[in-house]
Design a protein around this ligand. Structure first.
Ligand code: AMP
Length: 183
């Protein structure tokens, strides 16, 4: 008999918190310890895949880099394709891209415009939502490519930073496996 999946509380206990990384005052929620635990990784993917299936996903999109880890595994579990939303300059083809503001400066995401078909339901997966800036930019990019984006899934939500509320305002429902207070 296969072992039962770990509970969400057990998964939360597998996330390592590193204070003052990458700068003073930030509590970095490190998933290295979660994905290094076989049953922790399997249960995280199981829970995310259940939510993605319920949302009617035709494809899963993951944001570079930690979104690739969970998103690709969810896509395999559901038997559907995976769309990488990439950092700039990585794809060898003509891409579509979006620039978005960070707390200090700006960043850019790119994707293959042919990675989704018009009208396909794409569910986004990432490790963590903080301000929601990355996820909002990804959704805009996927929508430009023709995708319907109505659901985003995360392992971790930092609700005090308001990301889930921002996504809701853009018509995107957010589910996360766990929450941490503060930033
Ligand atoms: P945001 O665009 O503000 O929602 O930030 C989300 C991205 O930044 C995610 O892809 C995370 O990997 C990373 N991130 C932001 N804050 C944290 C944190 N406290 N711990 C770990 N990763 C974080």
């Amino acid at each position: 008999m296969t072992a039962p999946h770990l509970s969400l509380a057990e998964l939360k206990a597998l996330v390592r918190t590193v204070p003052d990384f990458p700068k003073a005052g930030i509590q970095f929620r490190d998933i290295t310890t979660l994905i290094g635990h076989h049953r922790g990784m399997a249960a995280s993917v199981h829970h995310l895949a259940t939510l993605a299936k319920a949302a009617g996903a035709d494809k899963i999109a993951g944001m570079e880099a930690r979104g690739f880890i969970f998103g690709a595994a969810v896509a395999v579990q559901l038997g559907i394709g995976f769309v990488p939303v990439r950092k700039p300059g990585k794809l060898p083809i003509k891409t579509i891209g979006i620039d978005y503001a960070l707390e200090y400066g700006s960043d850019r995401l790119e994707m293959d415009p042919d990675a989704v078909e018009a009208g396909q339901k794409v569910v986004m997966v990432d490790d963590l939502i903080a301000t929601g800036g990355t996820a909002l930019a990804s959704a805009e990019l996927l929508r430009t490519a023709g995708a319907i984006v109505e659901q985003a899934l995360f392992v971790i939500d930092l609700p005090d930073l308001g990301g889930a509320a921002r996504l809701k305002g853009a018509g995107i429902a957010v589910n996360a496996l766990m929450e941490f207070e503060g930033d």
